[in-house]
Structures are given as structure tokens and as C-alpha cells.
Design a binder for this molecule. Sequence first.
Ligand SMILES: [Zn+2]
Ligand SMILES: [Zn+2]
Length: 329
Amino acid sequence: MLASGSKGNSTVVTGGKTRILVDAGLSCRELFRRMKIAGEDPAALNAIIVTHEHQDHIGGLAVTARKLGIPVYFTEATHRAWMRWITPRRQMTYAQWLEQCKREAAARQAEAAANQEDTAEICECDDETDEVTAAPAISAAAETVEPEAALPKAAEPKQDPSWLPAVEYFQAGKSFKIGDIAVSPFTIPHDAADPVGFVFQAEGVRMAFATDLGYIPPNVKAQLKGVDLLLLESNHDLEMLRDGPYPWQVKQRVLSRVGHLSNDAASEFLACSYDGQATYVILGHLSESNNLPELARVAAERALSNHASLLANRLMLAAQHEPLSPVQF
Ligand SMILES: [Zn+2]
Ligand SMILES: [Zn+2]
């Protein structure tokens, strides 16, 4: 795991001869730097696969994919959402549209007034009246022209920012293969276009990735059974989030059914619904503002104490600013 948290997420999954990057939420340069620290060669990557279009998962996607010349796997809805994100906005907001209407109306009025005066005082057309009538018309026209003049630039960028070497679509619920790795994407409840978690399987080892989810619905619980490695979100401590620095609306979003899993929610799953079979349990997407690694760890340790096994449930915490030491089977 090269990075995990709201400032960037990215993980290398390898199996057989295949290496894939799951999400690219750091700059290409930083991804490559961390891969080298983790003993991975960026040039050996075969593909990038994307969970959802939030910036902390796709921030370095285009540059990385282009640099390596490798395909990107998305759901179609996520690809579209990503293209909207990366392509400069050409659409107006309602407020901008209203503003433009007002300007156009003012311009028309000024023009009409100018015409009226032109016809009424056609013989007395001196500099002064010209100035008074013409000035608003010109400035209004200049204003209305400006956004239109900007359009061709945005519509025909020299280089299409959404260009990728190759795009492959997958659907949640339909398994497929990338080289030697079998991928089973599943829908997760999160406020993105079509967010997914993954179960990766290679050489008899199953790994489940479930971060960025507001709660754990039955379909996700089913996917997290019988895995050898479980990456589970443990985003925030409820009290720290409540008392923390986020604006009220953001707190509501994080807490919602399409937000992020709290330490409590992760622990409840680990204590009550998890089968206790994974060799490694990795807590991920910890908030730097609303969580402490120790709080997440203690909550998970307590929950896992139900599952008495010497070999299983080795607990690790993925970090935001440095790669986790590689986990091997
Ligand atoms: Zn995220
Ligand atoms: Zn997200």
C-alpha cells in the first residue's frame, strides 16, 4: 500500500506475472518514488484499476497511465465522471447563466436606446451622445463576448486531458481477469458515480479491498468472507469527527450512509460479521484530522480478540505519507 487516506490512495497488487495499481491518488512522481521504496518497478505495472472518481483515488491517474502506456480499468460511469472532473468546465452554472442573461438584456436595451436616439436626433449626433449611448453597449457586449471567446479554447484543448492509452470497462458483480489476477468488483455505498470495492485472487490467495463506504451492506459482508487479506476502512473516531475541524456539512457527509466507515463501524464488523480467516487485516483510509492510529488499532484489536487464532488476523495500519512494508503470501 503506497498511500492510504483522504490525501491519496494507491496500492500495488501482484500475482503471477501481473502487477496492477489500484487507484492512483498521488502524483505520478510520488507514486513512482513510493514504488521504488517498496521495491516495485513502475515500468513492470500492467494496468491501473479505479475504485471511484474522488480525487484522492485518481489525482495522478492520467499522467501515470500515459507515462507507463498502460490501460485503465473503470466502470463506465466512473470513467465518465472522471472525464468530467479532468476536462475544463465548459458549462455555466445557473447563477452564471442568469448573470449572462442580465448582461445581454442590458446590452439589448442600450442598443435599442442608442437606435432610438440615432433616429430621433439623427442630425444632432455629436460626440457626447455617442459616448453616452455607445459606452454601455460596448462594455456589455465585451462582457458577453468574453465567455464565448473562451469557449473554443476549452472545447479544443491542444492535448485532450482525458486521453488515456487504453480504457477497459468492467461492471460491479461481474468478475474478470487482468493477466494472472482475477478481479471481482462489488458495489459499495459511497457518494461517487459508481464506487466499487474489489476482491483480487491470484495463486490461491484472495484479497479484499473495502474502503470509502458509508456502512457495510450484506453484499459487501458476503465479499469479505474467506479472504486471506482484508483491507478495511477505519476512517474516523466518532467523537473526534464531531468535535473536529470539518465544517458541519462535511461532517454530515462523512457520517452518512454514503460516507466513510468509523472505527466503531469497522470494529463492529470485525467482531460480529467477519469470519476471522484473514492472515492480514489492514486498516486503511484513516483520517488525519478525525482519527488517531492508536484509536483505530485499539478498537480493531479489541474486536479481533473474539477470533482466537495465532496465525490469522495480523493487524496492520496503512499510512498516508509512507508506503506500508509489502505483504507477501
Ligand atoms: Zn477516498
Ligand atoms: Zn471517496
